[in-house]
Design a protein around this ligand. Structure first.
Ligand code: ASP
Length: 354
């Protein structure tokens, strides 16, 4: 693939590579009035401050910037490839990405970039950089400052994060919860990693500790033969069975009620049991934004334990489905897969929850 590379600023102590994938951040209205992504060259003209931050900045742009609703597995591989190829040359990476699927991409990159010890900060905007009231400028500038932040040369952040609306969140804990306010993202089950006010205040106990010896290994085998089944009162057996019995599907995230409860009807449990007997993995995550799955707490979730549905604990749906794609691609044995799905790989869930 041919990437466009632009040097924005050549002087400064720290170096950051911006990877521009698209999103509202750099969109303009087309002739019909709909928003579509445009070239990063034009974006830079709108943020002249990039040259005054005292950070060496280079931008590498996807050949055709995309709306993140069109993100594919290959795009995750491309982002990871760009980081791998440029890893030794830059102190940090900022990924400009559409907000719609940013939490999925941030989760997936967290899994793919094993041994990461530099910041990879996703950011974007709810309003295009060309709009007068846009959040794009603040999000980009502070994301760059956080990416460049260090203690005696060691980066303060050494994991994949989302920076949005004055908060830095762990990427694999983030979720887009709002589409019409600037406060689009939250990480309900994990504290913020930093808050930007007059100063940027880092929440050191919540940050992944820096590991000087860590070596980056990019894992990019994936298997997308997965599904999400969100249950609701009145869901029919036909719908449940058609998803769970699809011969190509290897893993299903079921989004359940409250602390992991489902209907306890015989047909429903039988559908799950048949899928598990067929070799599929089923991971239970809650439809609630906060809290966790506790299989067995209620009568309605006890049977799930008995038939081998796995508890996703306090993981988000975004982190769960990307974890399934990632782990199925790695080709683990059934036991290893179950072990990894129910334990934290990169801080995406609390491993102490069983
Ligand atoms: N549809 C846009 C995208 O995800 C929304 C955004 O960037 O805010 O690319």
């Amino acid at each position: 693939m041919k990437y466009k590379i632009v040097n924005i600023n050549k002087t400064g102590e720290r170096s950051v590579l911006i990877i521009y994938t698209g999103g509202t951040f750099g969109m303009v209205q087309d002739s019909s009035g709909a928003l579509a992504p445009f070239n990063f060259g034009k974006v830079v003209d709108r943020v002249p401050e990039l040259r005054q931050l005292g950070i060496r900045i280079t931008v590498i742009s996807f050949p055709k910037p995309i709306d993140s609703s069109n993100i594919l597995v290959q795009d995750w591989k491309d982002m990871a490839y760009i980081i791998e190829e440029n890893y030794s040359q830059y102190d940090a990476f900022v990924i400009l990405h559409g907000t719609d699927t940013m939490a999925y991409s941030a989760s997936m990159l967290s899994y793919m970039l094993e041994g990461l010890n530099k910041p990879v900060i996703f950011t974007g905007a709810q309003m295009p950089i060309g709009s007068i009231r846009s959040d794009a400028r603040e999000n980009l500038i502070t994301a760059l400052e956080i990416a460049a932040a260090h203690n005696n040369g060691d980066p303060i952040v050494s994991e994949v994060c989302v920076y949005f609306n004055y908060r830095l969140l762990r990427g694999s804990r983030s979720q887009k919860l709002r589409s019409s306010t600037f406060a689009a993202f939250e990480s309900e089950n994990y504290p913020w990693l930093a808050e930007a006010g007059i100063e940027i205040e880092f929440n050191y106990p919540a940050l992944k500790p820096y590991d000087k010896e860590a070596k980056l290994i990019v894992r990019n085998e994936m298997d997308s033969n997965v599904a999400i089944l969100k249950i609701f009162p009145g869901i029919t057996e036909h719908v449940v069975r058609s998803i769970l019995s699809d011969p190509d599907i290897k893993g299903v995230v079921i989004e359940t009620f409250g602390s992991g409860n489902t209907m306890s009807f015989d047909w429903f449990i039988k559908c799950l049991q048949d899928a598990i007997d067929d070799g599929k993995v089923i991971l239970n995550v809650s439809q609630c934004i906060g809290g966790e799955v506790e299989q067995g707490r209620y009568e309605t979730s006890k049977k799930l334990n008995q038939i081998g549905v796995l508890s996703g604990g306090d993981i988000t749906t975004e982190a769960a489905i990307t974890k399934l794609i990632f782990l199925l691609g790695a080709g683990f044995s059934s036991n290893e897969l179950k072990q990894q799905l129910t334990h934290s790989l990169v801080g995406e869930m609390d491993s102490s929850i069983e």
